[in-house]
Unconditional design. Structure first.
Length: 278
């Protein structure tokens, strides 16, 4: 069945009684004693590819060339830790302190905390894709993009950092290396233009952050925004696993937030239910 005619609603299957294409995948095929991934025998892939090349194939469906492989590897190694700045690290460590038997629940918790506010590259990539696709000259497209996001959220995705006000070290490194690898193309250049125009409007620099940088690189590699968001979480996953292991082996079981660390109560003073006998 072609993509144009593929059924996408459960009612179509119920009405027809034909469930032959209900579960389909183009990713891999497994039979007794044989596994093909994207058409390639799995033994060949394990023998000949490194991790980033194999991951690129699984996600894109095709083997990367040398440039693509280097850029993809850059993204995967860019999620270096930055102490406790990431909300994902806090979420993971809190979970680890309450469930020290395994790293997996805490790892899932940290992944779930990788959202639009905590550094996911999905939204910056979607913004850049939409901006580049606009039927406007670059100056008008950049201004329209900034206006849209300032009105929508008061901030532009992929720009700004709570600590690194002059420049995010990881983002700076990713951008520099991507340029050297010819991987800072239309979406990366649009991010530069947005950064410059926003600084002009605000009168101060709001630098590109890691989410913006890897969102631009992956958009220039033509990845789906959903994959880009997932890769952002996976890139930070090794740092999360290090945090989790440290918390379980060396941390304080059952972490709390005491008053001394900002856990202040701001609700009403003690009160009581009405006395129904009065």
């Amino acid at each position: 069945m072609s993509e144009e005619t593929k059924r996408r609603h459960i009612g179509q299957y119920v009405a027809s009684g034909d469930w032959s294409d209900y579960w389909t995948t183009r990713i891999s095929q497994a039979q007794s004693g044989k596994i093909n991934v994207r058409g390639y025998p799995v033994e060949e892939l394990i023998t000949n590819l490194n991790y980033s090349q194999a991951a690129f194939l699984i996600l894109s469906g095709e083997l990367p060339d040398e440039r693509e492989s280097a850029l993809f590897d850059l993204v995967l190694r860019s999620g270096m830790d930055q102490q406790f700045i990431s909300a994902a690290a806090g979420a993971a460590r809190f979970t680890a302190s309450a469930f020290p038997e395994s790293a997996i629940p805490a790892l899932a918790s940290g992944m779930l905390a990788s959202g639009s506010i905590t550094g996911s590259p999905q939204e910056p990539a979607e913004m850049l894709m939409a901006s580049v696709a606009q039927d406007l000259d670059s100056v008008a497209a950049v201004r329209a993009t900034i206006q849209l996001w300032l009105e929508k959220r008061g901030a532009v995705p992929g720009l700004g950092h709570p600590v690194h006000k002059e420049g995010e070290p990881r983002a700076i490194a990713v951008r520099r290396i991507a340029i050297d690898l010819d991987g800072w193309r239309s979406h990366g250049q649009r991010l530069d233009e947005i950064e410059a125009e926003l600084a002009n409007q605000k009168g101060r620099k709001i630098p590109v952050n890691l989410a913006g940088a890897i969102g631009a690189v992956l958009a220039d590699l033509n990845f789906d925004p959903l994959i880009i968001g997932g890769l952002g979480a996976l890139a930070y996953g090794m740092s999360l696993l290090a945090h989790i292991t440290e918390e379980i082996r060396e941390g304080v079981p059952l972490r709390i937030i005491p008053d001394e660390l900002g856990g202040h109560y701001a609700g009403p003073a003690e009160r009581h239910l009405p006395d129904e006998d009065k």
